[in-house]
Design a protein around this ligand. Structure first.
Ligand code: HEM
Length: 328
């Protein structure tokens, strides 16, 4: 069932003072095991982005969206949407005040009966450039049962040898978190190919921005907030009225890397405003048993060659789903 495996070796691991395990290949199961090695296994919970809350609403495409792609999502009919906001990492009780990356996963139910999933982060870059590097990133952070902590020397040596794996943490340290999931900007760090009716294809990355703007918290404000402030805020705000996000596709420019999610593209790249996501209700834990699939795409949107988007990522999600359904 999880027989799809990706050969390791494309990425040279030269680690001063740290003998990297010489893995021959990495699978979805390996990746979930590595996540569990850091965060533990928690019955019924996702191996990553374990803490989350769901919401629902509607997506309406703009008139120019079909110029970018013939996807059903960009048609005239609105799509119903289920969204799960989450905190990065596999700790289901992580405080919302943690400087962790936040996640947004959305499932669009299309008028033709199909679905499209969109998975995004509150940082413009991912923590590794391919699944093998994700695996090594996780393995060096495996918690030592004696100390309850990872070995700082292993982590430092890995970071020094793989500097691109420090970019996401650096971005999160430099950019304060927003005061609400509904005031957070989200980035689809993977590139996709958008193909229109004329068979013109361009590479782009999704971006979602709160219609009322990003509201950042300073350290003093963050220190005052409770462990579940994000979910409490979502419940409160959506009870008071709908909340909108504008949805864009940032277009790749000359020389932009469409395969490496650790590299952000210049802010100056043009964006196409493709629609508005209007959230109308908070839905508690109702999407806990859903699995969002980065490859659930309509005709007119295709995955790029980014290896963190292709097969092994979805097999990791399926492995995590199987484990959380078995251990309720
Ligand atoms: C090879 C790379 C990756 C691995 C191994 C991985 C692993 C996982 C796993 C195991 C889950 C839990 C899935 C479930 O139980 O439904 C998850 C969830 C998630 N991942 Fe990844 N991931 C990877 C790359 C990414 C990337 C590139 C992004 C950003 C676009 C991302 C964003 C998320 C988000 C937002 C969730 C939460 C989805 C939800 O709310 O259900 N991941 N990831």
């Amino acid at each position: 069932m999880f027989g799809i495996r990706v050969l390791i070796g494309a990425f040279p691991l030269v680690l001063a003072g740290y003998a990297a395990p010489v893995a021959a290949e990495v699978s979805g199961r390996d990746l979930v095991e590595a996540l569990n090695g850091i965060f533990g296994q928690h019955a019924g919970q996702r191996a990553s982005h374990a803490k989350g809350i769901c919401a629902a609403g509607e997506f309406r495409a703009t008139e120019q969206a079909p110029e970018l792609s013939r996807a059903e999502l960009f048609g005239a009919e609105p799509a119903l949407v289920r969204v799960r906001f989450s905190m990065g990492g596999g700790n289901p009780v992580v405080p919302d005040t943690a400087r962790a990356v936040r996640g947004l996963a959305a499932r669009f139910s299309l008028p033709d009966g199909g679905v499209t999933d969109l998975i995004m982060l509150s940082a413009p870059v991912f923590l590794a450039r391919n699944p093998e590097q994700v695996f090594e990133f996780l393995r060096v952070r495996e918690v030592d049962p004696a100390t309850g902590l990872p070995d700082p020397e292993k982590v430092a040596a890995f970071s020094a040898a793989n500097p691109e794996t420090t970019r996401q943490a650096a971005w999160l340290a430099a950019n304060p978190p927003a005061d609400s999931y509904l005031s957070t900007r989200f980035f689809g760090v993977n590139a996709f190919r958008f193909i229109n009716d004329g068979d013109e294809a361009v590479y782009g990355r999704w971006q979602i921005e709160p219609a009322d703007g990003v509201v950042e918290l300073d350290e003093a404000q963050l220190a005052e907030l409770g462990d579940d402030f994000l979910s409490e805020d979502l419940v409160r705000r959506l009870a008071a009225g709908p909340s909108a996000f504008e949805v864009y596709v940032q277009l790749a420019g000359e020389g932009d890397d469409v395969t490496d999610p650790t590299v952000s593209w210049p802010e100056s790249r043009p964006r196409v405003h493709v629609g508005t996501l209007n959230l109308t209700s908070e839905e508690g834990q109702s999407c806990d048993t859903l699995m969002f699939n980065p490859l659930a795409l309509p005709a007119g949107i295709e995955p790029s060659e980014d290896a963190t988007l292709r097969v092994v990522r979805t097999t990791a999600y399926v492995e995590s789903l199987a484990r959380r359904l078995q251990r309720q």
